[in-house]
Design a protein. Sequence first.
Length: 420
Amino acid sequence: MAKKNAFYAQSGGVTAVINASACGVIETARQNKDKIGKVYAGRNGIIGALTEDLIDTSKESARNITALRHTPGGAFGSCRYKLKGIDESRAQYERLIDVFKAHNIGYFFYNGGGDSQDTAHKVSQISEELGYPITCVGIPKTVDNDLPMTDNCPGFGSVAKYIAVSTREAAYDVASMAKTSTKIFVMEVMGRHAGWIAAAAGLAKEEEADAPHIILFPEVPFDKDRFLKRVNSTVKKHGYCVIVVSEGVKYKTGKFLTDSGTKDAFGHAQLGGVAPFLANMITTELGHKHHWAVADYLQRSARHIASKTDVDQAYALGKAAVEMALKGKNAVMPIIIRTSNKPYRWKIGEAALADVANVEKMMPKNFISRNGFEITDACREYLAPLIQGEDYPPYKNGLPQYARMKNAAVPKKLKKRFRI
Ligand code: F6P
């Protein structure tokens, strides 16, 4: 039987290390040329499969593929696009099969978070429901660190490191200005429903007086009076106050503090703007001068300060996905298993996609201090290993040098076009 080609795609919000997983997939497939044909990447995730817009990664040099390991963003384009159930939208699935058949695709690798693993899971059901053999393996990714089953998610360690570093650096700045000028600095970080990224800022604090002085988690309902009291006492004690706030912070009623009112294709509210909201609240109520920052895309693209642990794990998961597929494992996702904390050790395990799709892992209660504004030692112990090590990209003329992909299109074979 002719060797089957593979389809690989990136989905959801990208990270500083999702391309390291792509690198792991493509390099491992190339090392197994006798068993696996070409790797076709979907341009913009699953949309590339539906519209037969495939990228021929065999046209990229080995050097360029290796450079993906240190390149942020999603090299082949990502998407927020949710496949409906097979019963609801059979045409979509029939189309996927037409495209897979036309291009002799027998392996499907989907690199994404919870919603994306739902897509991977649905595709894995194609073989059973529509009788087309496809080996389907999900590859975890999300800065939000909210996938179940895996100890942590690739992408998170690097955001965690960026946020902890930025909190510490900004705190030095505010401390210098506080006597006569800025006393408040508020930094907003990602994490729609779970406070993992906000928690990571807590790693910057080594002594009681250190920043961050206040962390606001989505898991802890926002109480304006308690918050302002804490800001006030911190300024009195230390002369300034550094606050790290998760974009997903909510009132007791469940309403986000700031919700733009728009939703993405996965049905998630578009968040953002909680930092200026809180900073203005503090100035109005307490009179202190403030500065604020929304880390936004800077945090998830900051490959220059990526965590080496994160890069290594992202690559290893991509590699493991191909190895699992070659062993004939279907509807699974490689995961990180922590085998020891001190010294930190990890290995690759395996989870069923059915157990991963659409499940969000929140911060455990014992990771948040009793007052609700700090992380605990248990949390610190969990987070600290994930930001260890640096893996600097090569620099030229003072700037990081990232891969420039050709992203050559695979000639279309189907006459019929598909509108999404
Ligand atoms: O994928 C996770 C995430 O980075 C969230 O933390 C953030 O709220 C969201 O994506 C932003 O998504 P988008 O780039 O689609 O606006």
